[in-house]
Design a protein around this ligand. Structure first.
Ligand code: ZN
Ligand code: ZN
Length: 333
């Protein structure tokens, strides 16, 4: 197989998985003894110099000043998706597969030891701006159906480098979790003629019990049914299916919300590992997805999926969302 990866569809669930052989791991590389140490010193960090040809970069003043770069987007050196031929899918016996056509980029902030949680609102806004601009560039590429933006912070979150960075992966299918989320919001829309997320925001803002932080445009809350302890969600108060259409004023409001959410987690739980990811409508063109409402989910690594979770998909959270929200709400930054 020449391509970087291959998407295969589970014949029973219909879920897609990626087999990324291009990342060239041999079975013996999975041995426990082969795992690399996580905390790299700055001297051994691959992100210390700016890439020769970054896809995009900004200095603190929002200019393209390479000397004083603050944030850059670069291609991932070990991509999970790459160049290939756009195709619907290929049949192999009873199975379906597709070439892993897509893009895999990394968004790096300059400071080796300063995680997003400790950045200023202005700095976070620049990171969000890079997310948005790369999103807009990638959605214009052929084959792309969904663009995932996420950050793994800390070894237990799956990050392989300690230098803070986020990733953007553009793929040729709508991922299973997004598919479920879209179907759920369509069903609610058909039954209530309203957006499910707007209904949640309206209720949560009125009762305040699970609200962690809010500003004029954004709300940070603990979901009613949390998947893990201290899980948080950031949602725009105004209905909008698409993150990429966020305007300047809302980007600053999002930066403020993200700074508060991550800052409270950092201070309250002593810098826990976490994953955060964006859920937004699939790439524009196929459908409008007007019923959808983009949001960010932050999942601290407060537990490890064990047999019950893996086998059933039901997660057991040891803290009530109400107690978690009250705890985080009261953390003063
Ligand atoms: Zn570094
Ligand atoms: Zn909505």
């Amino acid at each position: 197989m020449d391509s970087i990866s291959e998407l295969r569809q589970d014949i029973v669930s219909g879920d897609w998985v990626v087999i990324a052989t291009g990342r060239a791991k041999r079975p013996q590389d999975f041995l426990k003894s082969k795992r690399k140490p996580f905390n790299q010193p700055k001297t051994a960090c691959p992100f210390e110099a700016m890439e020769k040809e970054p896809l995009l970069f900004y200095s603190h003043d929002g200019k393209n000043d390479s000397e004083n770069w603050w944030v850059e987007a670069i291609p991932n050196k070990f991509p999970a998706f790459g160049k290939g031929v756009c195709e619907t899918y290929e049949k192999k016996g009873p199975y379906k597969k597709k070439e892993g056509v897509g893009f895999h980029e990394v968004v790096v902030t300059r400071d080796h030891d300063r995680p997003l949680a400790t950045m200023t609102e202005e700095e976070i806004e620049l990171v969000i701006r890079v997310f948005q601009e790369r999103y807009l560039a990638l959605q214009a590429q052929p084959c792309i159906e969904y663009i995932s933006i996420f950050q793994n912070q800390g070894a237990s979150s799956g990050a392989s480098l300690s230098h803070p960075h986020a990733q953007i992966i553009a793929i040729p299918v709508v991922p299973p979790d997004i598919g479920r989320s879209l179907r759920g919001s369509v069903t609610y829309f058909q039954e209530h003629n309203a957006c499910v997320h707007c209904a949640v925001i309206e209720y949560e803002v009125s009762i305040k019990e699970r609200i962690i932080y809010e500003n004029e445009q954004m709300v940070v809350l603990s979901p009613y049914a949390t998947k893990s302890a201290f899980e948080m969600r950031i949602l725009p108060k105004q209905h909008n299916a698409r993150f990429e259409t966020t305007v300047l004023k809302d980007r600053f409001a999002l930066a403020d919300a993200l700074r508060n959410a991550l800052g409270k987690l950092y201070k309250g739980l002593d810098d826990p590992d976490y994953n955060f990811f964006l859920h937004t409508a699939p790439v524009f063109g196929v459908e409008e997805y007007r019923h959808y409402h983009w949001h960010i989910e932050i999942l601290p690594k407060t537990s490890i999926w064990a047999g019950f979770e893996i086998g059933t998909g039901i997660e057991i959270s040891a803290v009530t969302p109400e107690a978690a929200a009250a705890f985080l709400r009261n953390i003063i930054l």
